[in-house]
Design a protein around this ligand. Structure first.
Ligand code: RIB
Length: 292
């Protein structure tokens, strides 16, 4: 069983700030840090650190080559990441004193995935293999449909959530990873308590496993009649960037290793709690020995 992440690779430019800048305001940031990110790359790093055989497909410019070396050092196979003449995706990230963030994305290579790259990549995967997707690359509907045709298991983290999510073949998704806002949008509900949104999603997508992260309130799981809950670990919050990516990677890896939903939630909550206690996105993903 192989795991493919078809997703974004970003250069994260992290600005520590006193507070997230307000409209019309100019503020001074602390020391600027350039580091590795992108939801796809972060999730691939978490999956590899958690012990799975992981392949990452996507697109970068020359300026993003350092991302590949780093991902390789975690055990991610990056031979399916293409290079083009333009720039790698970038994320301008403000992180305030409480560890909360605000992110502006420049898509770069993430928005330039070509049809033939999808075919070439998916040809290497088949029944029983896992595909992990987020919403930071182009041609997602095509990737999902072709992966389903090949018998792959599709895990979707519809983040960042936008109107394009509605045009995806959502009924073909096997596992959804959503935060409270994404869950409410997917369920077509106004904000409501997480357990209520979970029930709405279980009803709306009966074949899918629903994994709902709720920040300090941990995470919930629903599928058929099965329900489970995971608690976060109380650690100081330094930087929440990439915590959801760590969660997705560790939950997927735990399930792939045969663990039941409740135990997988416990592991993913522990991994993401450790991640928020450290600065950065990919750099904050813990090693398996710290989590399992
Ligand atoms: O989920 C965190 C990630 O979102 C960051 O690494 C940034 O690159 C954006 O894609």
């Amino acid at each position: 069983m192989k795991t493919l992440v078809f997703g974004s690779l970003n250069i994260d430019l992290i600005f520590p700030v006193d507070h997230i800048v307000l409209p019309g305001e100019t503020i001074a940031g602390g020391d600027l840090v350039k580091s590795a990110g992108g939801k796809g790359a972060n999730q691939a790093a978490a999956l590899a650190k958690a012990g799975l055989e992981v392949y990452l497909a996507g697109k970068i410019g020359q300026d993003g080559r350092f991302l590949l070396s780093l991902l390789n050092s975690y055990g991610v196979d990056t031979s399916l990441v293409a290079e083009y003449e333009g720039a790698t995706g970038q994320a301008i990230i403000q992180v305030d004193r409480g560890g909360q963030n605000a992110i502006v994305l420049y898509a770069g290579g993430n928005a330039r995935i070509a049809a033939e790259e999808i075919d070439r990549t998916l040809a290497l995967f088949g029944t029983g293999d896992i595909l992990v997707l987020q919403n930071e690359i182009n041609r997602l509907p095509e990737i999902m449909e072709k992966a389903v045709e090949r018998g792959m298991k599709v895990c979707l983290n519809p983040s960042p959530y936008d109107e394009k999510i509605g045009s995806l073949p959502l009924d073909r998704v096997d596992v959804f990873f959503v935060n409270e806002i994404e869950a409410a949008a997917l369920a077509g509900l106004p904000a409501a308590p997480p357990p209520e949104i979970l029930e709405a999603l279980v009803k709306r997508f009966p074949r899918a496993e629903i994994v709902l992260t709720a920040g300090k309130d941990g995470a919930l799981y629903g599928h058929g009649e099965t329900r489970a809950r995971g608690e976060i670990i109380d650690l100081p919050v330094v930087d929440t960037t990439g915590a959801g990516d760590t969660f997705t990677g560790y939950f997927t890896a735990a399930r792939a290793r045969g663990l039941p939903p409740g135990e997988s939630l416990r592991i993913a909550c522990k991994a993401s709690s450790i991640a928020v206690s450290r600065p950065g996105a990919m750099a904050a993903v813990p090693a398996a020995a710290e989590v399992f």
